[in-house]
Design a protein around this ligand. Structure first.
Ligand SMILES: *[C@@H]1O[C@H](CO)[C@@H](O)[C@H](O)[C@H]1NC(C)=O
Ligand SMILES: *[C@@H]1O[C@H](CO)[C@@H](O)[C@H](O)[C@H]1NC(C)=O
Ligand SMILES: *[C@@H]1O[C@H](CO)[C@@H](O)[C@H](O)[C@H]1NC(C)=O
Ligand SMILES: *[C@@H]1O[C@H](CO)[C@@H](O)[C@H](O)[C@H]1NC(C)=O
Ligand SMILES: *[C@@H]1O[C@H](CO)[C@@H](O)[C@H](O)[C@H]1NC(C)=O
Length: 491
């Protein structure tokens, strides 16, 4: 690992910094003399015993309308010596160890990073706390922008605390680093490639998706705001007062499995207890998205989650509803879903017999109302407590921190790269993009340390965890089988 060349202990800085805070907590942080151009040695180091809350200003006229980043900004940090143990992070952070395992022995080299370039949309370099972007190929919609925006907010939240690193990011849905190509006697180490989801055959590193900072194309607001709205919505309608059916609304055209699900819609012939609706984003966008307000979609006791072309960002909104989430057997995972337990957080639905599986799930829940409500509550509490924005940032922090520790080389700023900061991104944009960026902006540094990383799974506990999960799914399948046998026996 490459450590920052910190200047040790300039007491002057400490005193000056402390007094600035005393004078007024709202003073801009840009008093520190940091040279703007790349790797400068003229760096001041903030020394404080504990992280301090420092307001972060945002001024589009300061950076010449603003093609450049403000010169001075705290980009370095020396952790408190009595680094008090913060509360342990949620369990899903343990998967960070698993995702980085391929490089645990070898570390990460320049060549490995270059190897990930083939499909990457961009390379991001973090050097001395500043971010540099090299774009290879614009992503679909504004995925890349809002992902980068999120990383910039992380840098402001914990200034100077990430090690130097460079990463390749692919914004396309499907994972592409196939594990089978890196096995065997002559196996090489896979290239580290970041993206939004993975599956059990691939080694892509999963990272929170753009929607946590907003998805302007479909008017999905930043997560922090939506999380509050969803909670208010849940308090409005009690589980028992909701429609006793399974609800889904989305775009069925993106995947065969969704088209298959559409067959379960209620009709004259059958009622599979499913109420399925097509989301037409184009007509919705013309009508101002009145019908697609996510916090007003918690109207049914059961909500179906089904993958699209890969994982779907909708999962967190569905799980947040207090309804029982009926998860059609997924193939992909994102950064938080691997810790969800069937029967505890959600109800598993067969992929190869969806209608009967949904019919059974809804009948079961309407008969076991207490248990069904508990499942809904466990999921919404997980989302409210463990997937709040603080933890999304901490997940990014720990993932990048552990990733950066693996580096064997000091990254350099690529020739084609430009420095990236919130001003460069947000000043030129307008409309919803601007609104969502401003709403999700980190306005002050964090006064506490990130949560502390849980240890890796030991192999036996990981096996036990996976076994428990598959046993629960198997249990439901048995109940389901019995349910249909009994029904069919009735005259
Ligand atoms: C923004 O920057 C400009 C130019 O440096 C400065 O004149 C102005 O006072 C700043 N505005 C705020 C609100 O800090
Ligand atoms: C601002 O940017 C423009 C064009 O990028 C440049 O011509 C001008 O000199 C800059 N002004 C300052 C004060 O840096
Ligand atoms: C591994 O490399 C050796 C020497 O280059 C070669 O003879 C052998 O066939 C390779 N084995 C595999 C499985 O590729
Ligand atoms: C499902 O059925 C309902 C009620 O009949 C209908 O309003 C809805 O459009 C149907 N959904 C789809 C996707 O066809
Ligand atoms: C990987 O996932 C597929 C389908 O999603 C499943 O059939 C297979 O058993 C899984 N393999 C392992 C090793 O878990």
């Amino acid at each position: 690992m490459l450590n920052l060349p910190l200047k040790k202990g300039p007491a002057r800085t400490t005193v000056l910094f402390a007094s600035v805070l005393l004078i007024g907590a709202f003073v801009s942080v840009r008093w520190i003399d940091v040279s703007i151009r790349g790797v400068s040695n003229e760096k001041e180091v903030i020394i404080h015993e504990h992280p301090q809350r420092v307001e972060i200003s945002f001024n589009c006229s300061a950076g010449n309308q603003t093609r450049s980043c403000p010169a001075s900004f705290p980009k370095t940090f020396q952790g408190a010596e009595d680094d008090q143990a913060s509360p342990v992070c949620p369990d899903y952070f343990r998967w960070i160890h698993e995702d980085l395992r391929p490089w645990k022995e070898t570390g990460i080299t320049k060549e490995m990073v270059e190897g990930a370039r083939k499909t990457a949309n961009f390379r991001l370099v973090i050097l001395n706390g500043r971010a540099y972007l090299e774009t290879f190929l614009k992503s679909f919609q504004t995925r890349d922008m809002f992902t980068l925006w999120g990383i910039l907010q992380l840098l402001n939240r914990y200034p100077g605390r990430l090690p130097d690193l460079e990463l390749m990011f692919d914004c396309v849905d499907w994972p592409v680093i196939h594990a089978r190509n890196y096995r065997g006697p002559n196996a090489t180490t896979p290239p580290p490639l970041f993206r939004y989801c993975g599956d059990n055959r691939t080694l892509d590193i999963v990272f929170p998706d753009w929607s946590f900072w907003g998805w302007p194309e479909v008017n999905v607001k930043p997560w922090e705001y939506l999380l509050k709205k969803l909670k208010q919505g849940n308090d409005r309608t009690k589980w028992k007062d909701r429609e006793p059916y399974a609800y889904w609304k989305g775009n069925p055209d993106v995947a065969l499995t969704r088209q298959d699900l559409m067959k379960c819609n209620s009709s004259d012939k059958h009622d599979w207890n499913a109420r399925l609706y097509r989301q037409d984003w184009i007509s919705e966008s013309q009508k101002g998205f009145e019908q697609s307000d996510l916090s007003r979609q918690c109207t049914h006791r059961y909500k179906i989650y089904i993958e699209g072309s890969a994982w779907s960002v909708s999962e967190k909104y569905i799980l947040a509803c207090n309804s029982v989430t009926l998860v059609v057997k997924p193939r992909y995972y994102d950064f938080f879903t691997r810790s969800l337990q069937p029967i505890h957080h959600y109800w598993p639905i067969r992929d190869d017999d969806k209608c009967r599986s949904i019919k059974f799930a809804v009948d079961w829940g309407n008969k076991h109302k207490k248990k069904a409500q508990e499942i809904g509550k466990a999921a919404s509490e997980f989302i409210q407590n463990e997937l709040k924005m603080d933890y999304v940032y901490d997940y990014m922090f720990h993932l990048l921190n552990e990733y950066g520790k693996l580096f064997k080389h000091k990254p350099t700023i690529p020739e084609q790269a430009t420095e990236l900061c919130p001003e460069v991104m947000a000043c030129p944009v307008e409309g919803l993009e601007k609104e969502f960026m401003m709403d999700s902006r980190v306005k002050a540094t964090k006064e506490t340390n990130p949560c502390s990383m849980p240890p890796p799974f030991d192999p036996s506990s990981l096996q036990a965890f996976l076994r428990r999960k598959s046993n629960s799914i198997h249990q439901v399948e048995l109940w389901e089988k019995k349910y249909w046998e009994n029904l069919n026996m009735q005259p």
